[in-house]
Design a protein around this ligand. Structure first.
Ligand code: ATP
Length: 291
């Protein structure tokens, strides 16, 4: 979703989708660089303590287009929380508000009980690992891509995240291993491999808060299952928020937040939400063929 590539500076808002369409192609390259700046923030290496997240009556609009209407929820430090719901419900925008790419029109986003507006941006971003849809991959080597923001980290740490994301098998096949150039925008890697590079990069930062937006959407079933286990394991020490379309990726989440048209419709575990027979149950019926 390249809409996000236009993420303006804090406080700015892109007015109207028409303008976006005109601007998108030209903006993309610059925007990639900007987005990578977020990940270049140093300060990773030591495991960040897990971060508690809360939205309190958050309303947000892109210009005249309302997205969130009084969104409230709370997520404790540690654990896996999934955001599901129809396209356009506002799930990606919710993650942007946490990263402070935008600020709410009213209400507030709290991290560890403190309004994100009071967090210095560098500190905020050093604590967060963010894998967005179509996460950018640079033209450098695989190592450059993995260690963005964690330059000089020990090889053992790199080897660990390569195993966790099953990239070790990919690296073994590459002519120069980690020092293989991945091509313009990572073109020598498959879409699924690029996604795993982005996840590995985020894990290497050992963030206290890991935001994953459709981060495993292009993986085949075997890799997706492996990554699901990796993400679940990460959630033991880190707060993990995932946005997912495929419900199969979220059924074991500690809690699922169901969103529709900018509102929180329900929060619960997979079992609880199925039992409530609302929007989640109907999504599950079509996707998981549950009766
Ligand atoms: P999807 O599941 O399709 O990714 P989503 O639930 O993540 O959708 P968002 O991407 O947060 O939803 O978008 C919410 C609404 O805001 C949509 O109507 C979308 O078109 C609009 N929108 C998203 N980004 C922008 C932007 N930068 N400028 C203007 N409108 C935007």
């Amino acid at each position: 979703l390249y809409l996000f590539a236009l993420a303006p500076r804090v406080g700015q808002v892109v007015e109207g989708v028409g303008q976006f369409q005109v601007a998108s192609a030209a903006a993309l390259r610059i925007a990639d660089a900007e987005r990578l700046e977020v990940e270049r923030v140093e300060g990773a290496g030591e495991p960040g303590p897990p971060v508690a997240v809360a939205f309190r009556e958050v309303s947000f609009a892109y210009g005249a287009r309302p997205v969130h209407r009084a969104v409230s929820f709370a997520v404790p430090a540690r654990g896996l929380t999934a955001f599901v719901g129809p396209s356009g419900a506002g799930k990606t925008t919710l993650l942007s508000l946490i990263e402070r790419f935008y600020e709410p029109g009213s209400g507030c986003v709290l991290l560890d009980g403190e309004d994100v507006r009071h967090w210095p941006l560098a500190r905020l971003r050093a604590r967060i690992g963010y894998v967005e849809q179509d996460a950018p991959v640079l033209a450098g080597t695989l190592r450059d891509n993995l260690t963005l923001g964690t330059a000089g980290c020990p090889d053992a740490d790199i080897a660990r995240v390569l195993r966790l994301t099953r990239l070790d098998e990919v690296v073994a096949r590459l002519p120069r291993g980690l020092d293989t150039a991945v091509g313009h925008r990572g073109s020598r890697l498959s879409g699924g491999e690029r996604q795993r590079v982005a996840i590995a990069r985020a894990l290497l930062r050992r963030p206290g808060l890991l935001l994953l937006d459709e981060a495993t959407s292009q993986l085949d079933a075997a890799n997706e299952a492996a990554l699901r286990a990796t993400i679940a394991a990460a959630a033991r020490d880190t707060t993990v928020l995932v946005v997912a379309h495929r419900l199969s990726t979220v059924t074991s989440a500690d809690r699922i937040v169901v969103m529709e048209a900018g509102r929180v419709r329900a929060v619960g575990s997979h079992g609880e939400l199925l039992a409530r027979d609302g929007l989640y149950a109907s999504l599950a019926r079509t996707q998981l063929l549950t009766s």
